[in-house]
Design a protein around this ligand. Structure first.
Ligand SMILES: [Fe+2]
Length: 159
């Protein structure tokens, strides 16, 4: 399928989109740090598999963050770029530092489910504003995290 393109978004639609895009960029950044926290502090008999899975997820998230922010710049929407700003608008909570391995998996499952459904809402908003290339990129991220959420539920025996 041919890649869809986006032109600069102007007016009221641009302001609403900027807020929504930055909230999800903030969520991706909070998730990125949270995955490191869990990667470093996970303990127990599943250490090797979870340690590796969390690394795989933060590496993937890092790629999403860079591509997403650069696509925002391409349509002249300014991405937030400080931890202070991310924490002020993110809807995903940071790690508490007290989670055991089961709570880590449970929390990440909920985060990835919430994030993917918010990203899918954003896709509709982007399509309404004809930001089609960005809509496609965001949809790919949502699809990827939906699959990760399913794998984590399967890991927990909840599927
Ligand atoms: Fe590591």
């Amino acid at each position: 399928m041919a890649k869809r393109t986006t032109t600069e978004i102007k007016g009221q639609g641009a302001r609403v989109l900027e807020k929504d895009l930055n909230r999800e960029l903030a969520n991706l950044n909070v998730l990125f740090i949270k995955l490191h926290n869990y990667h470093w502090f996970v303990k127990g008999p599943n250490f090797f598999s979870l340690h590796q899975k969390f690394e795989e997820l933060y590496n993937k998230t890092q790629g999403f963050i860079d591509d997403y922010a650069e696509q925002m710049l391409a349509i002249k929407v300014q991405p937030l770029a400080t931890m202070k700003d991310y924490l002020s608008v993110a809807t995903i909570d940071e790690a508490t530092g007290t989670e055991d391995k089961d709570e880590m998996v449970e929390t990440l499952t909920a985060d990835l489910e919430a994030l993917s459904s918010q990203l899918l809402e954003l896709v509709e908003n982007l399509e309404d504003n004809k930001a089609l290339s960005l809509a496609d990129a965001v949809q790919d991220i949502a699809r990827d995290y939906q699959q990760d959420a399913w794998m984590l539920r399967a890991y927990s025996g909840k599927e």
